[in-house]
Design a protein around this ligand. Sequence first.
Ligand code: GLU
Length: 419
Amino acid sequence: MSQNSVFEMALEQLNDAARRLNLDASTLRVLSHPERELTVACPVVMDDGRIEVFTGHRVQHSSARGPCKGGIRFHQNVDIDEVRALAMWMTWKCAVVNIPYGGAKGGVQVDVTQLTPNEIRRLTRRFTVGIMPIIGPHSDIPAPDVNTNAETMGWIMDTVSMFQGSTVLDIVTGKSIDLGGSLGRREATGRGVMFNTLELLKRKKINPKKTTVAVQGFGNVGSVSADLLTKEGCRVLAVSDVSGAYYCEAGLPIADMIVYCTTSRNHLLEGFSAPGVSKISNDELLELDVDVLVPAALEKQITIANADRIKADFIVEGANGPTTPEAERLLTQKGKIVVPDILANSGGVVVSYFEWVQSIQSFFWDEDEVNSNLKRVMVNSFKAVWDVHESHGIDMRNAAMLIAVGRVAQAIKQRGIFP
Ligand code: GLU
């Protein structure tokens, strides 16, 4: 396996599940190939008048269970291999929580810290036009991911609407509330991480109030996870972002840190200080002696190079693909439990589904309805995965994949291969 290929990693997970499911070779072959990939060049007039060209991708992995669904990320490390992997993971994610979607992902290779807000807006609109031939409310619905947010989704919605000649609410999810977004969508991924953590602690008969947590990443997923786990009584000892990691033995003042990031440069924790808070390295954060580690940043953070030093008993994957298969085998051998990304961070796409339903109906739910429906889906999905984990004696990723791949394979079988 090539060291850098995230898609190879996703394929390895699929092959593992296929073996356990006794999946036939034909279906495995179908699932191993993304249905459609589009790469677009996005020329952007920069504020100083020069023209830069950014490369973007949209990959639709599977539409067997419904319209393709998945976020768009803006990051300097984006490439087709990564987007392919992320698209495949979306297919399994939607299947494991049983929402009627397939999987897709998009990304633009760009370091957003080097662009002004106007440049990011023009890039977003140009990328939207680039992928417009393949996205649509009933074919492929984008959403936020790393470095994109409700504002980005608003620009995508507006761009598509300008071409359509009327407002197309259901083309994206993760929109602002003013533009037909759903209450609770912004917090949904972190809320899902919190529900998954609580369900796991319940199974292990551990009191959340006696639980220590470290969270890698302080973006939309990491910050909300840390905040909601704190509100459940957990002690969050450390959080990090690209500016470094912050540690406090008594528990970090997460709410203050979130407020700090609303006005800080690039919304980073850089320069944050409070009594008892010290800086540690990202490696030290990952290797802290805590009960729960929530990697909520990027892929391949827990690898064979550091897996042996991970002390947390439970790893709840807020990010997509933070643990390599090799590292996960080692963690599992040591008795640690990894709640896999496709379950742990599925809260976002679940509420995206609720948002899409609300957009189609132009009828909006109150926040309690969103959150209680999210809780129901998370608790039931966790239970289904946990039961397979226990009854089959396999780790939670394989259990989740057994359910997810099984569902997608069923859909393919029932639809048949066209023509
Ligand atoms: N980007 C998020 C994820 O990785 C959300 C996707 C969506 O809501 O479509 O799950």
